[in-house]
Ligand binder design. Structure first.
Ligand code: 13P
Length: 254
């Protein structure tokens, strides 16, 4: 049996004003209060981080940024740094999300710098990887995912990274309602863990939590979490409603 505590993170993307975030998180905090054996967190939009940190004070819910820029400060209009995220109370940061890669043109070299900036500032990176529909159909899933991992981790290789979180998010499953089957996801998660073993050593690989992301809902969560290498989820749409997010957290509780 796995020693890894499941980790469920709600990626709120560009949803929720400060007021809406306050309302949702207040409900969520109560809803997951008595759930044991699972870690959870939320990644609100930047303007809501401060208010969310206040609401989460004293709870076990982690606060995550959705992105960062890999310099501490400077003339980078529109960007937010790792020290800024730390200062507001974030402990984690989502990096390399497919929306960043595809809509905002982020490449693996930039993502590697972001991962290094996070690690240097003691933020836990949640590094997202995943193939598009076309890549899956061309049998490129393994090549795409392992390339994203090795390039994304290129600047931190060798450093002890047991806290690293990897999220396998097949692009074709994000926001489509078409989740990977538990078997499809487990197949890639096992490959990712093997690859991390080669890259970072078997001890790190055994500790790293690999989340699945892509249309996770209360009604498909338990079967995904039953797979040995699926250590939780990065949840988009279903994390916006506190009850449905709490149901997913409960499904992961041992
Ligand atoms: P959905 O859960 O809405 O498919 O989004 C997944 C995702 O992108 C989480 O980061």
């Amino acid at each position: 049996m796995s020693e890894r505590t499941p980790f469920i993170v709600g990626n709120w993307k560009m949803y929720k004003t400060v007021m809406e975030a306050r309302e949702a998180l207040t409900l969520l905090r109560v809803a997951v209060r008595d759930v044991n054996g699972v870690d959870c967190g939320v990644a609100p939009p930047f303007p809501a981080l401060d208010v969310c940190a206040d609401i989460l004070a004293g709870s076990h819910i982690a606060l995550a940024g959705q992105n960062l820029y890999p310099e501490d400060e400077g003339a980078f209009t529109g960007e937010v740094s790792a020290p800024m995220l730390k200062a507001v109370g974030a402990t984690h940061v989502i990096l390399g999300h497919s929306e960043r890669r595809h809509l905002f043109g982020e490449d693996d070299a930039l993502i590697a710098r972001k991962v290094k900036a996070a690690v240097d500032r003691e933020l836990v990176p949640i590094l997202c990887v995943g193939e598009t529909q076309e890549q899956r159909e061309a049998d490129e899933t393994v090549a795409v995912v392992t390339t994203q991992l090795s390039r994304g981790l290129a600047e931190v290789k060798g450093a002890g990274l047991p806290n690293l979180v990897v999220a396998y998010e097949p692009v074709w499953a994000i926001g489509t309602g078409l989740s990977a089957t538990p078997g499809q996801a487990q197949h890639v998660h096992a490959l990712i863990r093997d690859f991390l073993g080669d890259l970072l050593g078997p001890t790190n690989a055994a500790q790293i939590r690999i989340q699945y992301g892509g249309s996770v809902k209360p009604d498909n969560a338990a079967e995904l979490f039953a797979e040995p290498d699926i250590d939780g989820a990065l949840v988009g749409g279903a994390s916006l409603d506190p009850d449905s997010f709490a149901a997913i957290v409960e499904a992961a509780a041992r």
